[in-house]
Design a protein around this ligand. Structure first.
Ligand SMILES: Cc1ncc(COP(=O)(O)O)c(C=O)c1O
Length: 388
């Protein structure tokens, strides 16, 4: 059988930095030690029953068995617009300013194809969700990484970016609440970002997948769309995945500037045929009636966060107590590189952490803990790590 050579766009992808940890994980599992994974950002809690029931009802309707609209059912887009209004007090036109996505990853991955020409520069705040860089490269763009530093609360230092860089940039990716650092954005930050984007004609891409995982209801994460002028320059990607434990369902949305939504829709028109309508109907149910459930999930994450932060404190591991997201961003102990520390912990305890450098160079010296396991496992992980 022939061994076909991959296209350049795949063979030039950066090396997979989680490879070492995957190898160590396989070795530890083979040795018989049980693994506790605090590595994956995939909620362990089930999707609420009423959403599953909405899917089942939707699946029985013959009209849902045909091709859906690639931009989403009007009722789904309206539910997104209503949710943005109720949650962020943002007015969206469901016809022109909302598009459905097969999970936000799909939209993020396709978006550069609509607006990046070969050679265009795309700014990516890093450490980052890796899809931003890969999607840019698939579109032929060149990524320029902007470091997120602890001394700036992991916000992009917008004024440290040179005018030359702003001038050549086509778009900028930011993500708040941030994966992996768990930092949240301030209104002042978004206002300045919008100002810069207008000055230099740059598209702002906000990845807001984690806005609903927060710990203090009086200090909820904001959407860039709440800020004046956002719709002039920005598109925001959001998702039902993390809010309602629906990662497997593949349902999300993009909202914002109408020309950006139309451009993304044009790509989607050519590469996919939308989301199964029964899933969209379940998504409508989630957006309309999911809030009490989201509140319960937040209470569970809060308990986990408090258990883990107390244990880290006791173990003398420096970390940021997150205000949002289900991640804790920790400093590796003195003298350890990220991968080295994470591999040591894995080999000695069976606990999987994520090395910070896997998210980009400024992540070196950090590791990420994901709170997506139940309390018993979390306690067990904590007790194993504390014995180290
Ligand atoms: C920052 C961020 N954005 C987007 C996504 C994609 O989520 P989904 O495609 O399930 O909506 C993830 C998934 O982990 C993420 O961490």
């Amino acid at each position: 059988m022939s061994d076909f050579k991959l296209a350049d766009r795949l063979s030039t992808l950066p090396p997979y930095l989680f490879a070492a940890i995957d190898k160590a994980k396989a070795e530890v599992a083979a040795s018989g030690m049980d693994i506790i994974s605090l590595g994956i950002g995939d909620p362990d809690l089930p999707t609420p029953d009423f959403i599953i029931e909405a899917l089942c009802e939707g699946a029985k309707k013959p009209k849902n068995h045909q091709y859906p609209s690639y931009v989403g059912m009007p009722a789904y887009r309206q539910a997104v617009a209503d949710w943005y209004k109720q949650r962020f007090n943002v007015d969206l036109n469901a016809d022109t300013e909302v598009v459905s996505l097969i999970g936000s990853k799909e939209g993020i991955a396709h978006f550069p194809l609509a607006f990046v020409n070969p050679g265009d520069t795309v700014l990516v705040a890093t450490p980052n969700y890796p899809v931003y860089g890969v999607a840019t490269e698939f579109a032929g763009g060149t990524v320029e990484y902007l470091p997120l530093l602890e001394e700036n609360d992991f916000l992009v230092d917008l004024d440290a970016v040179s005018n030359d860089t702003w001038a050549k940039a086509k778009m900028i990716f930011v993500c708040y609440p941030n994966n992996p650092t768990a930092a949240t954005a301030t209104k002042e930050f978004y206002d300045r970002l919008i100002e810069k984007a207008k000055e230099f004609d740059v598209i702002v891409i906000s990845d807001a997948a984690y806005t609903e995982i927060y710990y203090d209801p009086s200090n909820k994460p904001i959407s860039i769309m709440e800020c004046e002028g956002a719709k002039d320059v920005a598109i925001e990607f959001h998702s039902l995945s993390k809010t309602y434990n629906m990662t497997g369902w593949r349902v999300g949305m993009a909202v914002g500037n109408a020309s950006l939504i139309t451009g993304l829709g044009k790509i989607k028109e050519n590469v996919d045929s939308g989301i199964f309508q029964a899933v969209q109907e379940a998504g409508i149910a989630a957006l309309k009636n999911g809030e009490p459930h989201a509140e319960k999930f937040r209470a569970i994450y809060k308990e986990r966060r408090d258990v883990m932060c107390a244990a880290l404190q006791q173990a003398g591991i420096r970390h940021r107590v997150p205000d949002a997201s289900f991640y804790i961003w920790c400093n590796t102990p003195e003298g350890y590189k990220s991968s080295e520390f994470v591999t040591n912990v894995l080999k000695q305890t069976g606990v999987v952490l994520t090395p910070g450098n896997g998210f980009g160079t400024p992540g070196e010296g950090y590791f990420r803990i994901s709170l997506t396991v139940n309390n018993d496992l979390l306690q067990e992980a904590v007790s194993r790590i504390s014995k180290l």
